[in-house]
Design a binder for this molecule. Structure first.
Ligand code: ADP
Ligand code: MG
Length: 241
C-alpha cells in the first residue's frame, strides 16, 4: 500500500532530515509515527504527499510519488493537517466538504448524500451549515476529518490529530480513528491515543527509524522511549490518579 525504499530528504545543503528510510505499510494497517520534535515526522508526511523532493522510491498502491503522478497519488491520500485552519478555508463546513467531490465530477445530489452520510456517522450533522470561523477548534478538527472522509481516500494521513483538543473531542477523534477501515498513518506525541488506535509504531529519531514494530512492545519500552525524549503512555507509566 505504502512503500518507502531508501528515502532521503534534504531541505538545503545541510544534513538530510530523513536518512535512508525503508518501510512498507500493508493495506488496512494503522501505524503511529512517533518521535521527538524535529525528528522528521511532518517531513515524512509531506514527502509522501509529493510536497517535497526526495531521493529513493516512495510508492502508494504501486504508483510512484513523482510529479506526473501527483493527481493519482492525492486521490488516494486524505491528509488531516495539524492546523485545521490550513484545511477549512470556505465560509461553511458544507462548502468545504463539497468542494473536492464536486471538483472530481460528482453530481450535487451525490455529493449531498455523501456529506450527510459522513456527518451522520460522526454525529456532526448540526455542523453542516455552520460558519468555519464560528466553530471551536475541536469542532473544526472534526469538520476537517469529515471533509477528508467524504472523499473516501484509501489512505488517511493525520498529523497530530489530537493536539489541543479537549478530552471530549480527543475521545471523539479517537473513536472515529478506531472505526476507520482504511490504511492510516498518524503522527502524535499523544502516545495513549496511539495505543488506542494503532497496532504498529514507527519511531523516528533525527531522521532515522530506530524502532518499527508492535505498539504493545515499543510503547512498553521505557528505556527506548526515554532515550528518544519520550515517556511511557500514561496508562503504562505506573501512575494512578
Ligand atoms: N521548510 C524547512 N526548511 C528547512 N528545514 C526544515 C523545514 N521544515 C522542517 N525542517 C527541519 O527538519 C527537521 C524535521 O522537522 P519536522 O519534519 O517538522 O519534524 P517533526 O514533525 O518530527 O517535529 C527539523 O530539524 C526542522 O528544523
Ligand atoms: Mg511535525
Amino acid at each position: 500500500m505504502i512503500r518507502f525504499e531508501n528515502v532521503s530528504v534534504q531541505y538545503d545543503k545541510s544534513e538530510p532530515v530523513l536518512k535512508d528510510l525503508s518501510f512498507h505499510i500493508q493495506k488496512g494497517e494503522k501505524v503511529g509515527l512517533i518521535g521527538a520534535n524535529g525528528a522528521g515526522k511532518t517531513t515524512l508526511m509531506n514527502a509522501l504527499l509529493g510536497l517535497l523532493p526526495h531521493e529513493g522510491t516512495i510508492e502508494v498502491e504501486g504508483i510512484e510519488v513523482e510529479k506526473q503522478n501527483l493527481p493519482e497519488i492525492r486521490k488516494r491520500l486524505g491528509f488531516v493537517f495539524q492546523n485545521s485552519d490550513n484545511q477549512m478555508f470556505m465560509p461553511t463546513v458544507y462548502e468545504d466538504m463539497s468542494f473536492a467531490p464536486l471538483n472530481y465530477g460528482h453530481s450535487k445530489e451525490q455529493v449531498d448524500r455523501m456529506i450527510d452520510d459522513v456527518l451522520e456517522q460522526l454525529e456532526l450533522s448540526e455542523l453542516k451549515y455552520r460558519h468555519n470561523h464560528r466553530i471551536s477548534g475541536g469542532e473544526k478538527r472534526m469538520a476537517a476529518i469529515a471533509t477528508i472522509l467524504v472523499m473516501r481516500p484509501h489512505v488517511i494521513l493525520m498529523d497530530e490529530p489530537t493536539a489541543s483538543l479537549d478530552p471530549y473531542n480527543r475521545r471523539k477523534v479517537i473513536d472515529v480513528m478506531r472505526s476507520f477501515d482504511r490504511t492510516m498513518l498518524v503522527t502524535s506525541h499523544d502516545l495513549d491515543m496511539i495505543v488506542d488506535t494503532c497496532q504498529r509504531v514507527i519511531l523516528l529519531s533525527r531522521g532515522r527509524i530506530v524502532a518499527d514494530g508492535k505498539t504493545d512492545v515499543i510503547l512498553h519500552d521505557k528505556a527506548l522511549l526515554e532515550a528518544n525524549r519520550m515517556e511511557l503512555p500514561f496508562r503504562w507509566s505506573g501512575n494512578r490518579e
